[in-house]
Design a protein around this ligand. Structure first.
Ligand SMILES: *[C@@H]1O[C@H](CO)[C@@H](O)[C@H](O)[C@H]1NC(C)=O
Ligand SMILES: *[C@@H]1O[C@H](CO)[C@@H](O)[C@H](O)[C@H]1NC(C)=O
Ligand SMILES: *[C@@H]1O[C@H](CO)[C@@H](O)[C@H](O)[C@H]1NC(C)=O
Ligand SMILES: *[C@@H]1O[C@H](CO)[C@@H](O)[C@H](O)[C@H]1NC(C)=O
Ligand SMILES: *[C@@H]1O[C@H](CO)[C@@H](O)[C@H](O)[C@H]1NC(C)=O
Ligand SMILES: *[C@@H]1O[C@H](CO)[C@@H](O)[C@H](O)[C@H]1NC(C)=O
Ligand SMILES: *[C@@H]1O[C@H](CO)[C@@H](O)[C@H](O)[C@H]1NC(C)=O
Ligand SMILES: *[C@@H]1O[C@H](CO)[C@@H](O)[C@H](O)[C@H]1NC(C)=O
Ligand SMILES: *[C@@H]1O[C@H](CO)[C@@H](O)[C@H](O)[C@H]1NC(C)=O
Length: 792
């Protein structure tokens, strides 16, 4: 049995390689690996041949590519399972004509077709064309909800006006309208309404008994009756200013049958009031605490009778329900305050208008609303994840290319647009055979009854009860392959499961983990619970990839080890993913314990040396540092020095080669060292280099020391002397200059002082003549000196 299986596996592999070569990485490659009919047809591009022509050799796959050219020569005619998509329109009523809508009872058809049956195969797209034509005079349901609390007394005339204008507007828009009328006051309980017996029946002069909400006139086609009812409406009385309009609005929204909302109509509520509204929470004032239940509570008289049980609805509830029911609300308010315009922003698709004496703007709002809801057509669907639907349309430009969109704008009555739908089955859900999908517009819908083409017909017909010889007599042929009876497995039912029921199924035996989705890790075929792996895969679950062991040259573990699963087990001395590296021993300097001399890391047999800003190691073992003081220079210092001082000493045993010109011996890995001989101040220079072959250092020494030239002593002495003399002369000169300037200045000052003196220079005033002259009266009076004496 094993020998029967082997060739088939090989054949499949051959086919796979062939297809890989021919078709590139195309999905069709997968065909031959599909062993079941349903799996085959769920693979795009594959089909199943139940009866192969060359079945005898038992090597061909039943699952073949749809691209196969000579199908007739491979497969018996009529045994091919290749389901295609199928589309049949099951309901296709004509679109309503835009000009002869005569009867209001005629159902309006805007979308065509209405029902399609689809058979979809996984991965193939089915195209559907859908036509939409906007009907003329589309039905409108308009419900006029009026506040009849006492405050509206002065607006009553306007309300009646609005009522009749609404009728005529509707008549203008469409012949198929219905119009209805309801009114509200407030919850008939304290403190909203005066419950005193005298007030409860006639709260005010000419007033009606108060009520919460009354459906005065259900929707109907009679416009005159509507106008009459509105005119006759009687004001009632209540106490507080906010009114119970929300209670009424909720009832109008939810009481479909009582209000008589039609299915196929645009539904509008015109809500007219002049006062604020009560909302959720206000009911507490009257002890009503149960939130509004959003249900219809109308009695036989058409009145809301659960007002005392449920609180007012909230704004959120009104918004939610109006959206749910597709009903548009127009707030027509007498008092122009922002409350309702703000409210209309919160309630989706609602609008707000002031109630004026001629009510024209509310009428315009109704017209706008009508235009708005008829101008957009958009398609939506409720398909599940298994199905995807894409929409495209050229809308109203027949010459344009369709673009991806599910809506068209600016639709007018009578306009016709075509939508193209691409429907695709993304996957085959295990739990269902089909799905009903509704593609809908606001009012119309297309029903798609989709059947999934996920299983083969031959699998469905269950005639496989006759044991076949080629199924080891313990299985029947279904879809051309053996369907084994209980207790047997394998392609030819050749394997027994012993019927114990405890044994794992084949497929589970082919899974590494029970939670694996694929057998044999997706890299092999499961045959009778044993994996047979595809090329380059190995291991019990085909989880090992031989390619992980290949070196860059394509050699398995570089020839230095064995491939175990997906990892190389390298021989001693080798390491790395594909044993491409020598172990760290190659990084160790002979005789050294440290790898890369402790200055680097061993990467695949090569030292990768450490290097920082200041320290950069180099050399085969990172044992040198050309940039730092740590070098072998000092190691050789003594040995070289003794060559110059004491070469004959036995201690001077370092082998050196003395050379004339050191530069001639400089090599890439040699290092130049130099130091000064302290005895004579001359520089000794040598180079060393590690010689790998000799495992020793080779040292070349420069024969001549480089000595400094003798200094010129006489020049220095004379220079110094000359310097001293020059400095002395300069000092003298400076001294002379200084004294001269000083003397000059002193003399000038003296001159100056002298010129300022007030006395004559001839005589010193302090001077006293030391000699005294005495006149001798007896002496003759004419002598010269005497005269002088007197003048003084
Ligand atoms: C498509 O489906 C219809 C109705 O189910 C059937 O009559 C028709 O033969 C099918 N066509 C193909 C090509 O399967
Ligand atoms: C109804 O339509 C006619 C013509 O289209 C127009 O003259 C008339 O004013 C309209 N009436 C209303 C109430 O809009
Ligand atoms: C209703 O309101 C929604 C959300 O604001 C908006 O997307 C939609 O177009 C409105 N529909 C109409 C008919 O105005
Ligand atoms: C879609 O809507 C239609 C009609 O309402 C219903 O019959 C069908 O089950 C829905 N489909 C899904 C997938 O919800
Ligand atoms: C089994 O044999 C029958 C007749 O001998 C043949 O028709 C059928 O195709 C064979 N099936 C397989 C799966 O070989
Ligand atoms: C599958 O099960 C194994 C243990 O049996 C667990 O280790 C693994 O995380 C599981 N994988 C997933 C994807 O759940
Ligand atoms: C398997 O590996 C070989 C190299 O050893 C390679 O040439 C061949 O293409 C691989 N086969 C597949 C199917 O990847
Ligand atoms: C230098 O290399 C050694 C050995 O690999 C390592 O321990 C050390 O941290 C390295 N130093 C620097 C500065 O990289
Ligand atoms: C060289 O001399 C030193 C002393 O200077 C001594 O320690 C060393 O062993 C000697 N080496 C050889 C090879 O003689």
């Amino acid at each position: 049995m094993r020998s029967m299986r082997k060739p088939e596996v090989r054949w499949k592999l051959l086919l796979a390689i062939l297809l890989t070569a021919v078709g590139g990485a195309c999905a069709q490659n997968d065909c031959s690996f599909q062993t079941k009919c349903n799996e085959c047809i769920q693979t795009p591009g594959c089909m199943w041949c139940a009866s192969l022509k060359n079945a005898q050799d038992n090597t061909a796959s039943h699952c073949i590519s749809t691209q196969t050219s000579n199908v007739q020569s491979i497969c018996e005619p009529g045994s091919l399972e290749n389901p295609s998509n199928n589309q049949s329109i099951t309901e296709d009523r004509p679109l309503s004509r835009s000009d002869n809508l005569q009867s209001a009872h005629e159902t309006i058809v805007q979308l065509k077709p209405q029902k399609i049956k689809l058979q979809l195969r996984k991965g193939t797209t089915e195209k559907i064309a859908l036509t939409y034509r906007q009907a003329v005079g589309y039905p409108i349901d308009l419900y006029y909800l009026m506040d009849l609390s006492y405050s509206m007394k002065d607006d009553q005339e306007q309300l009646a006006q609005l009522g009749s204008r609404l009728t005529s507007t509707l008549k203008n828009l469409t012949t198929f309208y219905t119009i209805g009328f309801g009114s509200f006051v407030d919850k008939v309980i304290m403190p909203f309404v005066d419950m005193h017996p005298s007030k409860i029946d006639t709260p005010c002069a000419g007033c009606a008994k108060p009520y919460s909400f009354r459906n005065d006139l259900p929707l109907g086609p009679n416009g005159d009756l509507f106008s009459q009812k509105v005119r006759e409406a009687q004001i009632s009385g209540n106490l507080d200013s906010p009114e119970g309009g929300f209670d009424a609005l909720m009832q109008v929204l939810v009481c479909k049958d009582e209000i008589k909302w039609r299915d196929q109509a645009r539904r509008i509520i015109v809500f007219s009031t002049d006062a604020k509204f009560h909302q959720a929470g206000d009911g507490k004032l009257a002890g009503v605490v149960v939130p509004n239940d959003e249900k219809c509570h109308m009695n036989a008289l058409g009145e809301y009778d659960a007002y005392a049980s449920y609180d007012y609805p909230s704004i959120g509830q009104i918004n939610k329900i109006s959206k749910e029911k597709d009903i548009y609300i127009i707030f027509a308010v007498a008092e122009n305050d922002n409350l309702y315009s703000d409210l209309s922003k919160v309630v989706e698709n609602s609008s707000y208008g002031k109630l004026t004496s001629d009510s024209s703007n509310v009428v315009d709002l109704v017209k706008d609303q009508y235009n708005k809801i008829t101008s957009i057509i958009s398609l939506t669907d409720n398909s599940s994840d298994a199905i995807s639907i894409r929409y495209s349309s050229n809308c109203k430009n027949p010459n344009a290319e369709p673009v991806t969109t599910n809506q068209c704008l600016n639709m007018r009555e009578g306009d016709e647009v075509t939508f193209h739908l691409d429907v695709e089955l993304n996957n085959c859900p295990a739990y269902k055979r089909g799905e009903v999908v509704e593609v809908k517009t606001l009012q119309d819908s297309l029903i798609l009854e989709i059947e999934f083409n996920c299983n083969c017909d031959c699998e469905k017909q269950d005639d496989g009860n006759l044991p076949a010889t080629n199924c080891s007599n313990v299985g029947a042929v279904v879809c051309g392959i053996c369907k084994c009876f209980d207790g047997y497995r394998g392609e030819q039912c050749q394997c027994k499961t012993d019927g114990s029921g405890e044994e794992l199924s084949d497929e589970e035996k082919c899974k590494a983990n029970t939670n694996d989705t694929e057998v044999c890790s997706g890299n092999g075929a499961c045959v009778c619970g044993v994996c047979s792996c595809y090329n380059n895969w190995s291991g019990k679950f085909c989880h090992c990839n031989r390619r992980q062991c290949l070196s860059e040259e394509g050699e398995l573990c570089s020839g230095k080890g064995n491939c175990a699963c997906d990892q190389c087990a390298c021989n001693i001395g080798y390491e790395g993913r594909a044993c491409e590296c020598q172990t760290s021993d190659a990084c160790r300097k002979p005789g050294d314990l440290e790898i890369c001399s402790g200055n680097g890391d061993c990467k695949c047999g090569q030292c990768v040396c450490n290097s920082t800003q200041e320290v950069r190691y180099s050399g085969q073992y990172c044992d040198d540092c050309l940039t730092c003081s740590v070098s072998k220079c000092s190691e050789f210092y003594a040995g070289v020095l003794c060559r110059f001082h004491n070469p004959t000493s036995s201690n001077c045993n370092l082998t050196v080669i003395v050379v004339d010109n050191l530069e001639d011996y400089q090599e890439a890995n040699s290092r130049l060292c130099s130091f000064v001989d302290e005895e004579d101040g001359c520089q000794i220079m040598f180079i060393y280099r590690y010689v790998e072959e000799l495992k020793t250092y080779e040292i070349h020494v420069q024969r001549e020391k480089v000595c400094p030239l003798p200094a010129p002593i006489m020049t220095i002495v004379f220079g110094i002397l000359a310097g001293i003399v020059a400095i002395g002369l300069l000092t003298l000169l400076l001294w002379k200059l200084f004294t001269t300037i000083h003397d000059r200045r002193e003399y000038a000052r003296f001159e100056n002082e002298r010129s300022k003196a007030a006395w004559t220079a001839e005589g010193n005033p302090l001077y006293k003549d030391p000699t005294n002259t005495f006149r001798n009266p007896a002496f003759s009076a004419t002598s010269e000196p005497l005269k002088q004496q007197e003048a003084k």
